[in-house]
Design a protein around this ligand. Sequence first.
Ligand code: NAP
Length: 259
Amino acid sequence: MATDTRTALITGATAGLGKEFARQLAGKGYNLVLVARNQEALASTAESLAGEFGVDAQWIAANLSDPAAPRALYDEAQARGIQVDYLVNNAGIAGPNLLEDTDWAEQQAFFQLMMLSIAELCHLFIPSMQERGFGRVINVASVAGRISRAGGCNYGPSKAWVIALSEELALTVGKDGVNVSALCPGYTHTEFHERAGLMDMKNSMPGWMWYDAETVVRDGIAAAERGKRVYASGRLYRLLDPFFQSVWTRRLFSVSDGR
Ligand SMILES: NC(=O)c1ccc[n+]([C@@H]2O[C@H](COP(=O)([O-])OP(=O)(O)OC[C@H]3O[C@@H](n4cnc5c(N)ncnc54)[C@H](OP(=O)(O)O)[C@@H]3O)[C@@H](O)[C@H]2O)c1
């Protein structure tokens, strides 16, 4: 599939799913550009993957909650002469509660990271993939974007938007050899829940609802190769997804606030 001249840019590449995307794509021969905020983690991840797989692994530090970050990231890649063939928009957090958290700047930073940065990176990197007739884009969404539940009113809606964006992009650029996929993981063992202070919730849930990052990423890369526009990873979530989508069964999974 990949040649050693192809390059994958992965956001959120220092932990969890992003780190695993970097590992698996390096294993397929892709050179890497790793993106996240923590420079130490970026440098050590890049060094260890370059050593393990013999690929070129560069990193660019960026806070994708900053509206200036996607353009700066693109400009830095251009300045280094990097041509991005595989884009994984993966960086993400659980985020504030839309109604209960009062700091609007924090809300804005969340939506910038989860939605606008993804749109802008697609806007910047996809046209040159179209010109070259090859590209792969995986936008990491979530099963949370397939169903509505009472709660924070931020994470699920942002992921639903990522799914809609990916589907429309896929329909638009598929003819040019660029496959765009929204990957929808269910619960996955990463640092996500610990960072969000959700370990009690995680520990209270049955183990069979959880997948490891390796499985989710392997499913996602295979789905992108097959040109799947939306793909729920893990057998359980793939089985449930049609029920989330059906008008007849969707309501069974929509948990309201009790009214
Ligand atoms: N884990 C799950 O159960 C699950 C389920 C469905 C979907 N997802 C989605 O999967 C994606 C990856 O999550 P994960 O579970 O792998 O989480 P994770 O283990 O917490 O890793 C998150 C990564 O994103 C980076 N990041 C966070 N905020 C950033 C920012 N403002 N700018 C740049 N990079 C940032 C982090 O590095 P720095 O802190 O160094 O920036 C880290 O590399 C997310 O989009 C998440 O919504 C996760």
